[in-house]
Design a protein around this ligand. Structure first.
Ligand code: PLP
Length: 388
């Protein structure tokens, strides 16, 4: 039996998405910028997808720009807004220490270009305190970037409150909502954000398709220059099959949000309580209430999470030690460190992320082997320590 519990890294595409992408690749040859009927049919596919993505996040379709995924959407948001804002006197960016590398490293690039950066850490809750933003923000702050749901621990940030603080101070607010869109209801209007990044492959869409919401009126310069696609905000011939697939994934997610959320929450809570009950020396990382319903991140005292990941993989069970982009680096999770956890805790924590295909049987398979594997690894760890 193979058990996939790494949906935050990527979620397998929904069957409707596979059908749509296949059909578009096979049957549609036009370039959406072409005037002829082939081109116009391709353009209609992109327009339909734009409507669906806009509906999923409560935006107007004209405010949605397609990108090649979440990383590009974050880059377009931060680099594009920063470049537009550089015409003014403000040159400070406030962000959090919990961000994904797509934001973290883009912010570092802006720092090299002369931006001042303030990074907010959190308590062990993994939730940014709006009071901390209020203290950090000033008349020199042009941009604030704080993610919606964290990819490693799943905590949901109080984005509406944070965005309101940014607005009061005249700063542009960006949120990386790659791990929340499609999992929980997301309304750009209720959140009051200026820029919001999402990625299709995190909620059953194809890889390589994402979008950036750009609130009407927010100034942003394109960082991919070329043709006039996407209203001059993202040049390059559109990836029509992937965009069409993203549109279908958005429609499917919107229809299933109300039922999938509670289903996954129940499964996740059961997995979590079984692990805490059956494996001593375990603890959940981050706030257990303000969390996306599919994610749990658990510390296992006295082991290296990487070893447990490999042991589970040998049993056919896929989990993760953190973000897929940084796994393999053997660096302790920067997210858990920003939450104030020790290096040891940051190295002994595993993420289990569930999704559309997850069943009771999957969780039973995990629970059947996990306690034994942890006991074995702890024994090996103790022996290795004694020999040192
Ligand atoms: N932001 C977050 C929070 C993520 O979890 C990820 C992917 O892991 C990304 C951005 C990058 O998205 P993509 O893989 O579509 O480039």
């Amino acid at each position: 039996m193979r058990v996939y519990l790494d949906y935050n890294a990527t979620a397998p595409p929904a069957p409707e998405v596979v059908d749509a992408v296949t059909q578009v690749v096979r049957d549609h040859v036009g370039n959406p910028s072409s005037v002829h009927a082939f081109g116009q049919r391709a353009k209609a596919l992109v327009d339909d997808a734009r409507q669906e993505v806009a509906a999923l996040i409560d935006a107007d379709p004209t405010e949605v720009v397609f990108t090649a995924g979440g990383t590009e959407a974050d880059n377009l948001a931060l680099r594009g807004a920063a470049e537009a804002l550089e015409a003014g006197p403000r040159r400070r960016l406030v962000t959090s220490g919990l961000e994904h590398e797509a934001v973290l490293n883009t912010v570092k690039a802006l720092e090299r270009r002369g931006w001042q950066v303030t990074r907010l850490s959190t308590s062990e809750s993994g939730i940014v305190d709006p009071g901390a933003l209020r203290q950090a923000i000033g008349s020199d702050t042009a941009l604030v970037s704080i993610m919606h749901a964290n990819n490693e621990v799943g905590t949901i940030q109080p984005v509406a409150e944070l965005a309101a603080i940014a607005r009061e101070h005249g700063a542009v607010f960006h949120t990386d909502a790659v791990q929340s869109v499609g999992k929980i209801p997301v309304s750009v209007r209720e959140l009051g954000v200026d820029l919001l990044a999402l990625s299709g492959h995190k909620f059953g869409g194809p890889l390589g398709a994402g979008a950036l919401y750009i609130r009407r009126g927010v100034r942003l310069l394109p960082y991919l220059t070329g043709g006039r696609q996407e209203r001059n905000r993202r040049a390059g011939t559109e990836n029509v099959p992937a965009i069409a697939g993203l549109g279908v994934a958005a429609a499917v997610a919107r229809k299933k949000l109300a039922s999938e959320g509670p289903r996954l929450r129940q499964l996740r809570d059961r997995l979590e309580s079984d692990i805490l009950r059956l494996v001593p020396g375990t603890a959940v990382n981050g706030d257990r209430t303000a969390r996306v319903p599919n994610t749990t991140n658990i510390g296992f005292d006295g082991i290296e999470a990487e070893s447990l990941l490999i042991a589970l993989d040998l049993e056919g069970i896929a989990v993760s030690t953190g973000s897929a982009c940084s796994s393999g680096s053997l660096e302790p999770s920067h997210v858990l460190r920003a939450m104030g956890h020790s290096t040891a805790r940051a190295r002994n924590s595993l993420r289990f992320s569930l999704g559309a295909g997850t069943t009771d049987a999957d969780l039973e398979a995990v629970i059947a082997v996990l306690p034994g594997l942890v006991t074995k690894l702890r024994g090996l760890h103790r022996t290795a320590a004694a020999l040192r």
